[in-house]
Design a protein around this ligand. Structure first.
Ligand SMILES: [Zn+2]
Ligand SMILES: [Zn+2]
Length: 385
């Protein structure tokens, strides 16, 4: 059974009430003004210096004891453009918007942890950070550009995780989540009559070979013990059944854990796409737009997070999660200071609470919330010591 501190346990009712309130009113990226207001209001009057409107809708709240280190606790606030399919009493009241990733829970857990830490006032500074736009809209970069990481020694964050059962905490040193880069390839050919292919340069045939050739990056160029993904996710070209079009547009995503491998990927994609296209009398233009780096947990911070996790749920319930090729902008904070991102097990199959993140039926076992809040308090305390 998890061990809860009395001051964390005392806030359980408020914790669940705050999560349910946020769940009913999800807000999309950079529009999280109500959510930010709720987070700030929860900390107001507890000794924090609170800055709102950081990077749009972000909140930074600092509380300091005796001089010491600065530990950042980060929560993301955005919901998703999904129509909720659950009919719980706290289901989303906003049409077409849903907290389908658990960020409502992240805000609630962090708010409770912040209030508890403020009342205990350990030596050092606790910086609570509520960020906008985690879901692919660069919220973390926006916060960092406004000074969120200035003076921070250690960064900590959690994600509710339906891949793990409630009662567990997932802590892993090293790579946890992948870098996410966007790929766009335009293949220029020369359109013409579908009946006279010899009078044109067919970009559709070239695109088909390019898609196939790109598969050899992972299968033939990346060492088999390293992980990478090259996915072409969209192909757009043509209108009519009897017209060869002028061009094809492909988009996709590139995922890696290793920074050096990541840096090598644009050359590999460009070489194959341009080479294959040229052989077929077409011309490929390749653009790789960098997104989040990989989430790389620092070994020392992961060790302290593991100690904290063991104190909360016991050693048998602390697991080392499988890395995922999904991305997270928590990675951006780790480029500025060492840190650890921890999964809070939140599924409960017996209660039907085991749908994947981003599903319209996503929900989690709320027992995970108190565990996550207790863990944040324990880990922050450990990081300040
Ligand atoms: Zn998500
Ligand atoms: Zn998420």
């Amino acid at each position: 059974m998890p061990q809860f501190s009395p001051d964390v346990q005392a806030l359980e009712t408020e914790l669940i009430a705050l999560r349910r309130d946020l769940h009913q009113h999800p807000e999309l990226a950079f529009r999280e003004s109500r959510t930010a207001g709720q987070a700030a209001a929860f900390l107001e009057g507890h000794g924090f210096r609170i800055r709102t409107g950081v990077g749009g809708t972000g909140v930074i709240a600092d509380v300091s004891g005796a001089p010491g280190r600065t530990v950042l606790l980060r929560a993301d606030m955005d919901g998703l453009p999904i129509q909720e399919a659950n009919d719980t009493p706290y289901a989303s009241q906003e049409k077409g918007r849903m907290h389908a990733c658990g960020h409502d829970g992240h805000v609630a857990m962090a708010a409770v942890a912040g209030r508890v830490l403020a009342s205990r006032r350990p030596a050092g500074t606790i910086r609570m950070l509520f960020q906008p736009a985690e879901e692919g809209e660069a919220g973390a970069q926006t916060m960092i550009a406004e000074g969120a990481m200035d003076g921070v020694d250690v960064a900590l964050g959690v994600h509710l995780w339906n891949e793990l059962p409630v009662g567990t905490l997932g802590v892993k040193a090293g790579p946890l989540m992948a870098s996410v880069d966007r790929l766009r390839i335009v293949i220029h050919g020369r359109g013409g009559h579908g009946a006279k292919p010899h009078r044109s340069a067919d970009p559709i045939v070239a695109a088909a070979y390019v898609v196939t050739a790109l598969q050899t990056i992972v299968s033939r160029e990346v060492a088999p013990v390293h992980a990478a993904v090259v996915t072409i996710a969209s192909i757009h070209a043509g209108e009519a059944f009897n017209v060869i079009p002028d061009e094809v547009v492909l988009t996709g995503t590139i995922r890696t854990f290793d920074p050096a491998l990541r840096r090598s990927m644009p050359e590999r994609v460009t070489r194959l796409a341009t080479g294959v296209a040229a052989g077929l009398q077409c011309r490929a233009e390749v653009e790789v737009r960098p997104g989040n780096p990989a989430v790389l947990n620092d070994a020392d911070v992961a060790a302290l997070a593991r100690r904290a996790a063991i104190r909360v749920v016991g050693e048998a319930q602390v697991v080392e999660p499988e890395p995922t090729m999904g991305g997270e902008d928590m990675a951006c904070y780790f480029e500025k200071a060492p840190g650890c991102f921890v999964f809070v097990g939140s599924s409960n199959a017996a209660r039907g609470l085991d749908q994947p993140h981003h599903s319209p039926r996503f929900d989690f076992d709320e027992a995970a919330l108190l565990i996550g809040a207790e863990f944040l308090v324990a880990a922050a305390t450990e990081a300040l010591a």
